[in-house]
Structures are given as structure tokens and as C-alpha cells.
Design a protein. Structure first.
Length: 186
């Protein structure tokens, strides 16, 4: 595994690029304050632009490390930031990467998350040299499972009571998926 950090990636409709502090307000408006998004992710809904500033400061600092893989998902046609996709965990020893994403609800059901996920998977296998890319989603968010399947991953299983629901305080199941190098290069 050769860590090289988040390099800009392009797809037919998207640019995946590093974020900067200048992106904070758009992050807040398009993703962070979206209550539909925060329902399905582990972070809490943003309450102000300051939350976006804090978020982007952490991202900027993380880029100093070659094992930081954090991208904004940007629409080519409008240059709008519509989401994020990151390596939640990059395990150099085992050559594995866990990815996670969020997309503003205004852009759901257009294939953007699948398009971004496929590009990131390709980058990790072809450029970074990982053995396995994996991801999970809350059981209540089956749309995310469809994204992972369309991106070439296979369902692995259910991690029971793995996440505490921030709204109810009750445990929820996490559904896991992965793709291995041999499957990707078939």
C-alpha cells in the first residue's frame, strides 16, 4: 500500500477534490444542516456555519498526512459541492480502506454517490494498492446499500447492535460490504 493522499479525481459528472476553509459555508448549506443527511450518518446536524469551519479546518490539517483521503464531491456542470467521500480508516499493515460518504438530500437518487464511490474504489486499487475496500451503513438506510452494491461491493453481513441511534439512544444494526482486489481486476 502506497499512501499518497487525496489526489483530485474526475468522473463523467463529478470532480472529487480536497476541501479548504473557503468551502465551509457551502458544506454547511448543502450537507451539514440537512436533517435528512444527519439522520443516516454518525455526526450531528450542523447548527451554524462555524460547524462547517471546524470541519474544514480538521480536513485541511489532515492533508498534511499521506494517509488522509478526504474529498468533496463537486458537480462539474455547476461547481456546487454536493457531498463528501472519505477513507474513514486506512490500515496500511492490512492494506484495507473503509470508506464513508454523505450527499446533500437535494442530490439523492441521481447516481452521484455511486459514481463517486466507484472512482474512489478504483483509485484505492489502481493507485494506492489496497487489498480490500469496505463500507457499512445503518440498517435503516437501505439506499446506501444499493450504492455499495452498484459500486461492485458484496454484502458481507450484519453487525448487530453496532451503532447507537443518536435520536433514540437505541442500538441499531450496521450492514457491511466489501470488494477485494481480485474482484475489482476481473
Amino acid at each position: 500500500m502506497k499512501n499518497i493522499g487525496a489526489k483530485q479525481l474526475e468522473t463523467e459528472r463529478l470532480i472529487l477534490r480536497r476541501g479548504t476553509i473557503e468551502d465551509a459555508e457551502e458544506i454547511y448549506n448543502n450537507i451539514g444542516k440537512d436533517s435528512l443527511v444527519s439522520k443516516y450518518v454518525l455526526w450531528n446536524q450542523y447548527t451554524s456555519v462555524d460547524d462547517g469551519i471546524s470541519f474544514m479546518k480538521r480536513w485541511e490539517e489532515s492533508y498534511e498526512n499521506d494517509n488522509s483521503y478526504k474529498w468533496l464531491i463537486v458537480l462539474k456542470k455547476s461547481n456546487e459541492i454536493i457531498g463528501t467521500i472519505t477513507a474513514v480508516k486506512a490500515d496500511e499493515k492490512n492494506k484495507t480502506v473503509e470508506i464513508g460518504y454523505s450527499l446533500g438530500s437535494k442530490w439523492w437518487n441521481n447516481g452521484y454517490t455511486t459514481e463517486a464511490t466507484k472512482a474512489v474504489i478504483k483509485f484505492f486499487f489502481e493507485t494506492v494498492g489496497v487489498e480490500t475496500v469496505y463500507a457499512g451503513h445503518l440498517e435503516v438506510n437501505m439506499a446506501s446499500g444499493k450504492v455499495l452494491l452498484k459500486s461492485g461491493m458484496k454484502k458481507e453481513g450484519i453487525m448487530r447492535n453496532r451503532i447507537i441511534d443518536k435520536a433514540t439512544g437505541k442500538p441499531m444494526n450496521l450492514i457491511t460490504y466489501s470488494i477485494i482486489k481480485e474482484e475489482f481486476f476481473k
